[in-house]
Design a protein around this ligand. Structure first.
Ligand SMILES: [Zn+2]
Length: 364
């Protein structure tokens, strides 16, 4: 049986963390009867939630406040507000699938950093580089069975993480892994794959639209609406799924690479609202790093080297698009002109809708 941390141990730890500039907050704790000190039924949150109600505002590294808090509630667990205030993000890895998912996401790029054991798994703390002007977002990854296997936790949601030697409801302590505590090493800067996942561009961008006819009947529009990213584009191109984020975002490893995050699907949207592919870095055959593609754009570039005319014919043969949408059947010049003008009106109406939406966005 592991001994519950003493008041002196908790205060000493809190003072060390505060000296490093981490923004702390006193948490509730587990009582001898196994219940949370707040008196409610807290389940797996028992002993893990902050005592102050406005904890995001009061979290601090001020040593006087820290001493005051832990003199009032000497056995309070120690919590930290992650994000730019503390300069740290936390990556929680939980069994049974967390370690495998971590390997797939990181491709093994895991520089030694502050590491602790938690109730079930482990937690890595990485430093937010000063040059990073975007507040990292919290991104949960779920297993196929719906359990959260990895959580990349950042600041803009005011995320809080429990620190050693706090006492976990499972009866274990949070403990620094030997050689990986704050008196032994510094937090390593966030690796690129962590930045790619936690810090998407501040201005969400639309996908690069295809440059040809994209009205509702065209093969491009129908492929954007009905096509499937994985079975029709990414898997045939040799890409692999490497993770799933919150809110129906998926991550892909580019063709020819063993693991690691090369692109997101669904974080950005095409103009018609369908999920778009955002490529994080170069080396993806036929696609450019930092750009966002709708399905038709990616399809034309990957399978037809950017020949949109060939891609359109290919998609038409695959059942996307309506042949009659192609003007110039040659039967009747008046009929042809009607078809062309009708299409032009549809396209202008689409563009007007888009521009109005942009104008309203600017006014808001
Ligand atoms: Zn509670």
């Amino acid at each position: 049986m592991i001994r519950k941390p003493s008041a002196a141990e908790l205060l000493t730890a809190a003072e060390l963390y505060a000296s490093l500039g981490w923004q702390l907050v006193p948490l509730h704790e587990l009582l001898a009867n196994g219940r949370c000190s707040c008196g409610r039924e807290c389940g797996t949150s028992a002993g893990k939630h902050p005592r102050p109600s406005k904890w995001q505002e009061v979290a601090t590294s001020n040593p006087v406040t820290i001493q005051h808090w832990w003199s009032r509630t000497p056995t309070a667990n120690v919590g930290m507000k992650t994000g730019s205030g503390s300069g740290l993000v936390a990556i929680d890895i939980d069994p049974p699938h967390g370690e495998g998912a971590l390997l797939a996401l990181s491709d093994g790029v895991l520089p030694p950093t502050l590491t602790m054991t938690t109730g079930k798994g482990r937690r890595l703390l990485y430093a937010i580089p000063d040059s990073l002007e975007i507040e990292p977002q919290t991104v949960p990854f779920k297993d196929d069975d719906g359990h959260e296997s990895i959580r990349l936790q950042g600041g803009n949601s005011g995320a809080q993480c429990v620190l050693p030697p706090s006492w976990h409801y499972s009866g274990r302590r949070y403990e620094w892994v030997a050689g990986h505590g704050p008196s032994e090493i510094e937090a390593a800067p966030m690796p690129g794959w962590v930045i790619a996942i936690m810090c998407p561009d501040p201005e969400p961008r639309h996908a690069d639209p295809v440059r040809t006819n994209n009205d509702g009947d065209s093969p491009f529009a129908q492929f954007n609406a009905r096509g499937d990213w994985w079975t029709e584009i990414l898997a045939p191109a040799g890409a692999k799924q490497c993770g799933r984020g919150g809110q129906s975002v998926e991550y892909a490893t580019r063709p020819g690479k063993k693991g690691g995050v090369s692109a997101s699907i669904g974080h950005y949207r095409a103009r018609d609202g369908s999920p778009a592919l955002h490529v994080f870095s170069g080396n993806w055959p036929h696609l450019d790093g930092g750009r966002t593609y709708d399905k038709s754009g990616a399809y034309a570039r990957i399978f037809h080297r950017g020949d949109f005319s060939a891609a359109g014919k290919d998609l038409l043969a695959r059942g996307y698009g309506t042949p009659k949408a192609r003007a110039g059947s040659g039967r009747n010049p008046v009929e042809d002109r009607v078809v062309r003008l009708e299409r032009a009106v549809r396209l202008l109406a689409q563009e007007l809708t888009q521009l109005r939406a942009e104008r309203n966005g600017q006014q808001a």
